[in-house]
Design a protein around this ligand. Sequence first.
Ligand SMILES: NC(=O)c1ccc[n+]([C@@H]2O[C@H](COP(=O)([O-])OP(=O)(O)OC[C@H]3O[C@@H](n4cnc5c(N)ncnc54)[C@H](O)[C@@H]3O)[C@@H](O)[C@H]2O)c1
Length: 324
Amino acid sequence: MSFAQFAKSLPPSLSLVGRTALITGSSSGIGRQTALHLARAGASVLCTDLQPEPLGAAKVPSEGSRHVPTHDLITSLGGHAAFHPLNVTSESDFRSAIAESVTFGGKNRLDILVNNAGITHFSGGIEHESVDVLDRMMQINIKGVWLGTKLAIQQMMTQEPIPFPADLEEDLDSFSDVPPSVPLRAAYTAQAGSPNTTAGRLAGDKGARGSRGSIVQIASIHGLIGGPSEPAYCASKGAVVNLTRQVACDYAPHRININAIAPGYLAGTAMVAEITPELADQRRTYWPHQGSARDVANGVMFFARDAPWCTGSILPIDGGTTAR
Ligand SMILES: NC(=O)c1ccc[n+]([C@@H]2O[C@H](COP(=O)([O-])OP(=O)(O)OC[C@H]3O[C@@H](n4cnc5c(N)ncnc54)[C@H](O)[C@@H]3O)[C@@H](O)[C@H]2O)c1
């Protein structure tokens, strides 16, 4: 079944047909899986990275799809995607990519930004880490996320809220096998004693719980807890986590959702391909195996698809690592 047929078969709560997404660092790992998941649900996906080819593509055999650029793979599977070069440290690159996404999706809006691009460096402790490593980590991991968030919010503030996909379905407590005559969920009612005089729909909203857009940062468990051997990385990811919380507070009244995912130790990503056995041994999860980029992509789908009242949330996807 092609991506387009798959998307058409989805109920509203699972569909992203008509939505436009931009993903940074989409050529490899989490970014690539996220692009594929969003496109399969029907989103138009602007893939952005330094280069379209997956990292390590030159090393892998040419069979299978792993060497194919993400946007080409999506297109060949019947989805809608294109590639735009974007170095996340460059404001002008970001401006041009966001402008491109707005026209590319054909809806004059950007619905989903995934700030995913990032790098790490295992230095063996701060005494061994150079200032150059710190500077690179801060440039890509936090300046890149700050820039993307700022420029996406500038775009999203010009857009009207639209319903989350699940708003197009009935409430399950009034579920019947007769198709609903009023497709939108009713507005939430104001709670007694609530200081908020408006709950649910605001005047002029087109949807019951409309959002202007959703921004998802790919942080790390090392934005929440310390981890072995990566001081600059941990510092940069801690900054991503608290930037997410801050911006979420400012833009909640404007109905822009800003959340972060804190992935734990993933297997099969280029970022950790050359980790030493000693270091790998310090990066165990409670779950009997490590996670994959797909596990993280599923978290992005949650925030992009039907998480209307989630903002400033930091979601660990880590096999229980931060539960201790
Ligand atoms: N792999 C893990 O175990 C893991 C765990 C926690 C968090 N993360 C985070 O997830 C994100 C993605 O990691 P991944 O494992 O998929 O990495 P990856 O190395 O497989 O892919 C990262 C992508 O980012 C791109 N990139 C690097 N610098 C860039 C720049 N300046 N501008 C634009 N693109 C750039 C690379 O070309 C690459 O395609 C990162 O932010 C990382 O910190 C990864």
